[in-house]
Ligand binder design. Sequence first.
Ligand SMILES: Nc1ncnc2c1ncn2[C@@H]1O[C@H](COP(=O)(O)OP(=O)(O)OP(=O)(O)O)[C@@H](O)[C@H]1O
Ligand SMILES: CC(=O)N[C@H]1[C@@H]2OC[C@@H](O2)[C@@H](O)[C@@H]1O[C@H](C)C(=O)O
Length: 380
Amino acid sequence: MKTLPTAPTLYYMGLMSGTSLDGIDAALIAITPTAPPRLVATHAEPMPEALHSALLTLCNAEQVSFAQLALAENAFCHLQAQAINTLLAQQDLSPSQISAIGSHGQTIEHAPDGHSGGPAYTLQLDNPSLLAELTGCTVVADFRRRDLAAGGQAAPLAPAFHQALFGRQTVEQLILNLGGIANVTWLPRHADQPALGFDTGPANVLLDAWFAKHYPSRFDQNGTWAKSGQVDSALLVRFLTEPFFRQPPPRSTGRELFHLTWLKQHLTGTESPEDVQATLAELTAISVAEGIKHLLPDNQPATLIACGGGAHNAYLMARLAHHLPNATFTSPSAYGWPEDWIEAGAFAWFAHQRLHHLPGNLPSVTGASGLRVLGGIYSR
Ligand SMILES: Nc1ncnc2c1ncn2[C@@H]1O[C@H](COP(=O)(O)OP(=O)(O)OP(=O)(O)O)[C@@H](O)[C@H]1O
Ligand SMILES: CC(=O)N[C@H]1[C@@H]2OC[C@@H](O2)[C@@H](O)[C@@H]1O[C@H](C)C(=O)O
């Protein structure tokens, strides 16, 4: 068995499966009292087609049975355990060397403002008890609902981790996550100003859905198909009538708003498929750029750290750079964190926060009435 450096270094694993439903990301991180969290190792467990389609069905279902929910949750948990156990084996680590796993679970529905005047809720499928049994590790889970209970949006949570990771620099820093949904964090230079952040709208969720309708794979590699089309400005204007884009922060969203039916509602039926894809890429770029302009009203120079799968989409990144001429784009790899691992790393860090009774949320981001310790502990 590998010998890890002894205390005060603590090791955590984080599990994230986001709105793209592309797989489960597992990150092993190291935490010391004196340095930002360090990424040690990673493993991505692809989502098998059957589970992908079961989860997709649940996300947009009008009606589901308890059995459907419970079985999908257990299948998801077995995949999480496979991700953790693979990472442990790869690193030659035993479960007892890991302080805890932070498990995000799979968001099935997110209604932070309630539906039709009803109470707010956010629902993540997760079975931390089973995960503790299958891995032999302590599991921390259910990170979002305490923030929601305190009047917050329960999302985005990553800005608190961005602050721990990137700290305050001499320039304004923006961290952009381009997952299924896009979210942005603003870290001001001055420590007396709170960090801000919110979801800007779709990143890849609509691009993926439209692509998969026309091609037998899950996403438009490098945005090649989008690039082959023309932006349809009338369609873009129709997309931008969506009230979410004008909602002031705190705000968060998900698949329950941005799905194929939402997209089809705006089509006249005369658009070519590649023009729709180009227009969806433009929608992502413009809604992100508008969100960022809200954070930087004077268009002042800022460093933009781009993360998430969309950071690999060359066409999308070119459109973003076009709409944000004053931003200097950079990669989180410069900090030792490749773009695909920030979110999984974040949930490892949230587990550490929980075990040490430290807050995980930023009320300036989520709108919660105060700092809260997030999540519950399932001991090994
Ligand atoms: N080379 C690439 N070219 C184009 N798009 C890509 C590429 N690589 C990844 N993507 C996009 O990134 C998506 C996955 O991103 P990511 O894993 O960050 O999402 P997520 O974590 O599921 O979402 P969220 O942050 O909303 O929870 C894919 O579905 C795809 O759309
Ligand atoms: C409810 C939910 O799962 N939201 C996700 C989703 O994916 C991106 C964006 O929408 C963000 O709000 C959030 O995830 C990240 C990890 C967050 O909470 O910061």
